[in-house]
Structures are given as structure tokens and as C-alpha cells.
Design a protein around this ligand. Structure first.
Ligand code: NDP
Length: 469
């Protein structure tokens, strides 16, 4: 093989899988890794696909191995490592060559890199689906110049997951950091989806006092219905699994303290910056932070006693509550995407985003089909106001209320489900309570307020006369 269609830097978990995927789809790929031994090992393990893999041992060799204009995918840790690779490549590339950052970059970094302009072209590309997705079909969220995307689109669409209708889960979403922003929003929703499932698992385990096998059965059954999704499916698998060492359910031997790499937190910070309410995602990120405080939680239980008290009820109510929570969470996520789109001038295509999340990525689910349809007709409308989703909410919200209320009464923590419910109750209340907030702000800070009757007075009778200290 004399030259490759595309190059790839970083043969870690994701890069190796992506390179094999590219080769499998018929595109010769040149690869380079910082640690050369890994490059050799990778090619040796590539089996039949090795014929389409060109291993290189220097960046100059990688660049020389590529068809012009060149395209190189970076699959290295976000941040400094990505900057170092871009800097190292810059003197070796021509202005029309393209670097595609497929790592989990902060979209502000992608904006900065895109704005830095030549020496070469630059795309920021969010990739979701973990190792399995990268190997057999991820969801790909592209950002940068459309012309650059179009150049590599044949390869990217070929390696992407296929939705149930056969369409590829890869799309150009907008300029500069648009792709990486949508990837962060995806990860925020992923945190929220996982947290709501975990809260329902908590009700089943501590409220209904079910064992792991029984819980596995519940999730497996739900995966046949409206909640059909990758996360519900793997929850069933995880709950059914046994620890090879002790024979106990795996879930019962795993510490209840979850880590995070930061993309969920980025989403929360961005939501706050944009003034876009995403309380379910916030609750999910906070719940992981709380989970890490093991000693404090143990001290809390020692002082106040174990909180969870058994409760009884229909499992179907929990299913309905999870459906409602999921709709509310996605309504917030898509509303945030819409706000960011306006703020950054991106024209993010909400329906297309829902479509490319239908397969390949961690949050893939049957419900995204309906969401894509709803957003197609009215991309700016909040999902809760879509007629079909409004009807589903009307049917399932009473269950969410019952679950949140019962959880509160029985001391079961359900922060994400509660956050969804209370956001909804604010969103369906025309006259809320911010009149009092306005009055308070005016009282202590003379910030002024607007009147319902449009009257001219901007301050209350509590305002101090100008001559009073
Ligand atoms: P790994 O840790 O498995 O691999 C990292 C790769 O980057 C290795 O090839 C490593 O080379 C290389 N690398 C590390 N530091 C540098 C550096 N300073 N300069 C050059 N190369 C470097 O990570 P992943 O494959 O999991 O992740 C890669 C990217 O993909 C990250 O941005 C991650 O956030 C993103 N991502 C990961 C997902 C996942 O599920 N794991 C999902 C979606 C995106 P060496 O062999 O020399 O150490």
C-alpha cells in the first residue's frame, strides 16, 4: 500500500477501534502513536484488516503516507495533548490539509483552534459510543467548515452507526465548536439518563426490597417497551451479572461512588452561562459529586439512621415515572441546544441531532425517533409542548409525582426525577413566584421591577427617600 486515504493519531482505546472501523469499511488508513510499540502491536493484532493499515513511526512518515489534500484524525486526550499534536503537525502540513479533532474537546477550545486559522484546516468532531461504537459504528457530531466536512464525509458516514431506518448517524452540525458542544450536551443528557435509571433502581432495591435478579427482570421487560434504549438494556445486563469471585450479584459488590471525566460538568457550566435551565443534568452531576463523599455519607447515616424505608407499589408506576422523567430531561437538553444555537449563531439542527443520536451513541433509544419527528416540525418549540409528547406527559406525570412524593416520604434520594418534576411545574405555571424575588431585589438593591398593569412605578413603597442614609 503506497498511500492512505486518511491518517489517525492516537492508538488508545478509541483510536484503535476507529482505525479498524475505517479499514473495515475499505479505506486505507495510516496510523501513528506516541509510543511506537503500541503501533506495532496494533498492526499485529489487526488480522485481515492489517492490509489496509499503514503503520508509521514518525509524524513525518505519517504525513508522507497520506493522499493529498491530507486528512488526519486526532484521537488523543483533550486539552494539552491535543494542542501539542496540532502544533507538532502544523509545520508538516499544507494549508489545505485537514486535522480532525475527534477527542472529547471542550468546545471553547475547538472555537479557539478553529479561530486560529491556517496553517491548516480544522474540524472538531464529537464521537460517541465508547470503544464498541468506535469499532462498529459511532454517532458522529461534526463542527467546522461545511466544505471540510464534505471532503471527509464519505469516510465518516461509512464508519458511522446506522439508525433503524438505515441512515448514517453522522452529520455536520455547524461552525467551529458546534460538534463538540453537541457532544457535551449528549454527555450531559447521558449523565441524567443514567442518574434517573439509578434512582429508579434505588426505589426497586431499597423501597420495594427487590434483589438484583428481580431488578434485572424489570429492566429487561422495560427494554421491550417505550423505554427501549441502550442504557435500560445494559442496566438489565448489569443487574443480572454475577461476581465470578463470590457469586454475588455484581451490583452488590460494587462501591456506590461514581467518577466523572468532566463533560457533564462542562454542560452544567455552559447551561448556567447561557441561562438555559437543565436542572435534571445539574442534579445528575451533583449526585455523582455527592456519591464520592463516602465518609460524610457514612457519618450522616450514623447520625440520622438509614434513610430508605420500604414502600410498596406497582412496578408499572416506576416505568411511567421514568418515561416522564426522560421526556422532561430531553426537553431541557434540546432547549439548551436551541439556546446555544442562537447564542453562538450556529443554526444547530435539533431534529438532525436527535436522528444521529438514534444509534451508535450511549443515549440511543427508541424515543429519539419520536423526538426527531417532533423537533422536525417545530425545532424551537419546547418538547413538552409538542402535542404527542404533551399527551404522553399527561399520561405519565401522575406516576412521576407519586414516585417523587413517595421517595421523599420514605427517605429515598431521587434528585434528578424531582428536578425534572419541579422544572415542569414551573414551566406550566403562568404566574409563578418571581414577583416576590423582584420585590426583594428592589427592597435591598433598588433594582426596580415591572408591574403587571404596565404602570410607570419602578420601585415599591419600601424604597428609602433619597435623603435618608
Ligand atoms: P486512551 O487513554 O485509551 O488513549 C490515549 C491515546 O492518546 C494513546 O494512544 C496515547 O498514546 C495518546 N496520547 C496521550 N497523551 C498524548 C500526548 N501528549 N501526545 C500524543 N499522544 C498522546 O484514551 P481514549 O482512546 O479512551 O480517548 C481518546 C480521546 O477520545 C479522548 O479525548 C477521549 O476523551 C475521547 N473519547 C473517549 C471515549 C471513551 O469511551 N473512551 C468516548 C468518546 C471520546 P500512548 O500510547 O503513547 O500513551
Amino acid at each position: 500500500m503506497s498511500s492512505a486515504k486518511i491518517g489517525l493519531i492516537g492508538l488508545g482505546t478509541m483510536g484503535s477501534a476507529l482505525a479498524l472501523n475505517i479499514a473495515e469499511k475499505g479505506f486505507p488508513v495510516a496510523v501513528w502513536n506516541r509510543t511506537t510499540a503500541r503501533t506495532r502491536e496494533f498492526r499485529a493484532e489487526a488480522g485481515d484488516l492489517a492490509a489496509r493499515i499503514l503503520p508509521t513511526e514518525s509524524l513525518a512518515e505519517l504525513v508522507a503516507a497520506l493522499e493529498k489534500p491530507r486528512a488526519i484524525i486526532l484521537m488523543v486526550p483533550a486539552g494539552a495533548a491535543t494542542d501539542q499534536q496540532i502544533e507538532a503537525l502544523a509545520p508538516l502540513l499544507d494549508p489545505e490539509d485537514l486535522v480532525i479533532d475527534a477527542g472529547n474537546a471542550d468546545f471553547h477550545d475547538t472555537n479557539r483552534r478553529a479561530a486560529a486559522g491556517p496553517p491548516m484546516r480544522f474540524l472538531g468532531m464529537g464521537v460517541s459510543g465508547g470503544e464498541e461504537g468506535a469499532r462498529h459504528g459511532p454517532s458522529i457530531m461534526g463542527g467546522g467548515d461545511k466544505a471540510d466536512w464534505d471532503r471527509v464525509a464519505p469516510i465518516l458516514t461509512a464508519i458511522a452507526a446506522r439508525a433503524p431506518d438505515g441512515s448514517p448517524c453522522a452529520a455536520w452540525l455547524g461552525e467551529a465548536g458546534a460538534g463538540h458542544f453537541v457532544k457535551a450536551a449528549h454527555n450531559g443528557i447521558e449523565y441524567a439518563d443514567m442518574q434517573m435509571i439509578a434512582e429508579i433502581y434505588g426505589v426497586l432495591r431499597d423501597g420495594f426490597e427487590m434483589g438484583a435478579d428481580e431488578i434485572a427482570g424489570v429492566f429487561r421487560q422495560w427494554d421491550e417497551g417505550p423505554l427501549k434504549s441502550y442504557l435500560v438494556e445494559i442496566t438489565g445486563e448489569v443487574a443480572a451479572a454475577k461476581d465470578p469471585r463470590t457469586g454475588a450479584p455484581m451490583l452488590d459488590v460494587i462501591l456506590d461512588s461514581a467518577g466523572q471525566k468532566g463533560t457533564g460538568r462542562w454542560t452544567v457550566v455552559e447551561g448556567a452561562r447561557l441561562g438555559a435551565p437543565i436542572p435534571v443534568i445539574e442534579a445528575a452531576v451533583t449526585a455523582r459529586d455527592v456519591s464520592a463523599r463516602l465518609e460524610e455519607r457514612a457519618a450522616g447515616e450514623a447520625r440520622f439512621g438509614p434513610a430508605p424505608q420500604p414502600l410498596s407499589g406497582e412496578v408499572s408506576v416506576l416505568e411511567q415515572a421514568l418515561i416522564a422523567g426522560k421526556i422532561l430531561c430531553y426537553a431541557q437538553g434540546f432547549a439548551m441546544i436551541s439556546t446555544a444555537s442562537a447564542e453562538f449563531g450556529w443554526s444547530l439542527p435539533s431534529a438532525e441531532i436527535a436522528r444521529i443520536w438514534r444509534a451508535g451513541c450511549i443515549i440511543r433509544s427508541a424515543m429519539l425517533d419520536d423526538m426527531a419527528e417532533a423537533l422536525e416540525g417545530a425545532p424551537e418549540r419546547n418538547l413538552i409542548l409538542d402535542p404527542a409528547f404533551a399527551a404522553r406527559l399527561e399520561a405519565d406525570l401522575p406516576a412521576l409525582r407519586r414516585v417523587v412524593a413517595s421517595a421523599a416520604l420514605h427517605g429515598l434520594a431521587a434528585p434528578a426525577l424531582s428536578a425534572g418534576l419541579f422544572w415542569f411545574d414551573q414551566m406550566r405555571t403562568k404566574r409563578g413566584t418571581a414577583n416576590l424575588i423582584q420585590a426583594q431585589r428592589d427592597y435591598f438593591g433598588a433594582h426596580g421591577f415591572q408591574r403587571l398593569d404596565g404602570g410607570p412605578e419602578k420601585h415599591g413603597p419600601w424604597a428609602k427617600p433619597a435623603n435618608e442614609i
